[in-house]
Design a protein around this ligand. Structure first.
Ligand code: ACO
Length: 325
């Protein structure tokens, strides 16, 4: 058990909202098709001057405020993103500088839509070993910049945004394993054989271009439900709980049908699933911390609740973490 505790959360969205009707004016699609197949009604799209690091910094500031701590208290920043400001240096270092807490550890994690789970698990491990004492774990993306806006099969699915949590090293006096707050169990997986089902057709070492997102949607859907169900069972077993003990599932927001199918497979009531895909669409690594922050701020997720985070994305990569808040 690792056991790092969530002290606070924050999120940030670009101000510009793009509705399905606006997309239907650009590509051959309709509000009806998008809502029926995905549950998405709108998405936020970054404007000029808004970048992955600026959204990440805004989310981080909100999380620090919520936790009631100063940026100078942070000695680890992990930013999950597949759309960094630049190929290098890591956007996490830009966030660190913007927050004014230079000197600690800062790096990006790239696991696409599962990025937040990879970042959370990595931060939890570093905090548990004493390498750092307080971390900002951020998911931030500007997927609008890697979409092919003429491809109706992908451009309707994604949006931009950022979410962040502040994590603190485990409390030896009140450990998560004995009922205190903290990370109870986490599992991560990857299967590189599925690389070509969801990828970007560009990059510095191949085409020297940024490229566009390409996806075989139907096959991704099939793998998503199977992989997510199995990793959720693993974490439930590792933590020694049963599915009914979970108060909330905060899933990666890819598609309402994936959320419904996964909850049904686990026998979890739909009311326990936090859903933001309708208003944010799929914000990749940002979607889990964004949805978590929405549900904490509207009062659904409270201290003491048992929350399951889960995600799957390109690679494929997938993972889940069970945390007592
Ligand atoms: N508007 C109208 N019609 C469309 C659109 C659109 N935006 N996109 C596709 N279509 C058409 C297709 O061309 C096809 O037409 P055809 O039958 O004449 O060939 C028809 O709709 C059905 O297409 P499918 O791809 O079979 O539709 P499906 O029911 O599988 O829904 C979707 C597509 C929404 C992409 C679904 O497969 C899905 O959600 N997959 C998961 C993908 C995903 O969420 N990826 C995100 C990253 S990974 C992750 O986060 C888990």
């Amino acid at each position: 058990m690792t056991g790092s505790r969530v002290l606070g959360s924050g999120s940030a969205l670009p101000s510009r909202v793009v509705t399905n009707a606006e997309l239907a004016a650009r590509v051959d699609t309709s509000d009806e098709w998008i809502v029926e197949r995905t549950g998405i009604r709108q998405r936020h799209i970054a404007g000029e001057g808004e970048t992955t690091s600026s959204l990440a910094t805004a989310a981080a500031r909100a999380a620090l405020d919520d936790a009631g701590i100063e940026a100078s208290d942070i000695d680890l920043i992990i930013l999950a993103t597949a759309t960094p400001d630049n190929t290098f240096p890591a956007s996490a270092t830009k966030v660190q500088h913007a927050l004014g807490c230079n000197g600690g550890i800062a790096f990006d994690v790239h696991a696409v839509c599962s990025g937040f789970l990879y970042a959370l698990t990595t931060a939890d491990s570093l905090l548990a070993t004493g390498s750092a004492s307080r971390a900002l774990v951020i998911g931030a993306e500007t997927f609008s910049r890697i979409l092919d806006w003429e491809d109706r099969t992908t451009c309707v699915l994604f949006g931009d945004g950022a979410g962040a949590v502040v994590l603190e090293a485990p409390d030896a006096a009140n450990p998560a394993s004995k009922g205190g707050p903290g990370v109870l169990a986490s599992r991560l997986h990857a299967d590189g054989a599925q690389h070509d089902l969801l990828f970007v057709d560009g990059g510095p070492s191949t085409t020297q271009t940024v490229g566009h997102l390409r996806m075989k949607g139907r096959e991704v859907f099939r793998h998503a439900v199977a992989n997510l169900s199995s990793v959720l069972y693993e974490v439930i077993e590792d933590a020694g709980i049963s599915a009914e003990d979970i108060d909330w599932i905060v899933p990666h927001q890819a598609n309402k049908r994936i959320l419904d199918a996964t909850a049904k497979k686990l026998g979890i009531a739909p009311e326990k699933v936090i859903v933001t895909v309708d208003s944010h669409a799929n914000t990749s690594a940002a979607s889990v911390p964004l949805a978590f922050d929405v549900a904490r701020r509207d009062g659904r997720i409270k201290s003491g609740d048992l929350v399951m985070f889960e995600a799957m994305g390109g690679g494929f990569t997938w993972g889940a973490s069970l945390v007592r808040i």
